[in-house]
Design a protein around this ligand. Structure first.
Ligand SMILES: [Zn+2]
Length: 257
């Protein structure tokens, strides 16, 4: 870092200028955007993968041992839904600002890798949930879909009336990205002139390939992360060293000033 590194204020003003002049603004989010909503990151200390082997969310393993996978699945999504004395998680200022920008016509599309549903809860509609979500589950045999609630997953292994196994509608390991999500994400990457990366470190593929695709097609990349990521030296044009919620709060203020 040189002594002339601009301060955070001037970086925020530069980002606000890029956002204001964009004609096809998009956002690409990862787990970091939800940390301030109280969702623990899956990776790292205290994460879900310290408690469970990722194998439990492998599709083949799930088919063979649903009674082992379902307790972990229940654990995962009860964090989102809230249980007992824990309230459901709520969108934070970053989710809210993105949804507001979409309503104002400023933001074309949000692509998220998260399955927590917080962008949808905040009101984002032009939303690509790249890894699916936790709102519903689908029978692996007949395709029947049910809402995923405390009630519908009461049985140790929730089964359809046809006898088939219910699987939550988020993407398991060993499972392809839903075709529509892949198409919509690529469409956004090919058309955007400015993409805001937020709370994502760029290590989970194929999602991680979306921002570089946008960059190759001429997009300016703004990155919001507390610390630099794999993306920072490769594709980022403007790095904001901030957590998601305060960064979006300040950008929203600059853009309405
Ligand atoms: Zn069925």
């Amino acid at each position: 870092m040189s002594e002339n590194t601009p301060g955070t204020d001037s970086l925020l003003r530069a980002a606000a200028k890029l956002i204001a002049s964009s004609r096809y603004l998009t956002a690409f989010s990862g787990a970091g955007i939800s940390v301030e909503s109280g969702i623990p990151p899956f990776r790292g200390p205290g994460g879900v993968w310290e408690k469970y082997d990722p194998e439990i969310l492998d599709l083949d393993y799930f088919r063979a041992h649903p009674e082992k996978s379902w307790p972990a699945i229940r654990d995962l999504f009860t964090v989102f839904l809230g249980t007992g004395d824990r309230p459901p998680v709520r969108p934070n200022r970053a989710h809210d600002v993105l949804a507001a920008w979409e309503r104002q016509g400023r933001l074309k599309c949000t692509i998220t890798q998260n399955i927590d549903g917080l962008h949808a809860a905040a009101g984002s509609r032009s939303l690509v949930e790249f890894h699916g979500h936790c709102r519903t589950m689908t029978c692996l045999d007949c395709g029947r879909q049910l809402p995923l609630t405390a009630e519908t997953v009461r049985d140790p292994v929730p089964r359809c009336s046809c006898g088939g196994l219910f699987k939550p509608d988020f993407v398991f390991f060993g499972e392809g990205i839903p075709a529509a999500a892949m198409e919509d994400a690529e469409h956004a990457a090919l058309h955007t002139d400015c993409m805001i990366l937020v709370g994502t470190s760029g290590v989970v593929y194929p999602a991680a390939a979306i921002p570089p695709l946008a960059k190759r097609h001429g997009a300016t990349i703004i990155e919001i992360n507390p610390v630099p990521s794999d993306y920072t030296p490769r594709i980022t044009d403007l790095f904001l060293p901030l957590k998601a919620a305060p960064a979006f709060d300040r950008l929203a203020a600059l853009l309405t000033a």
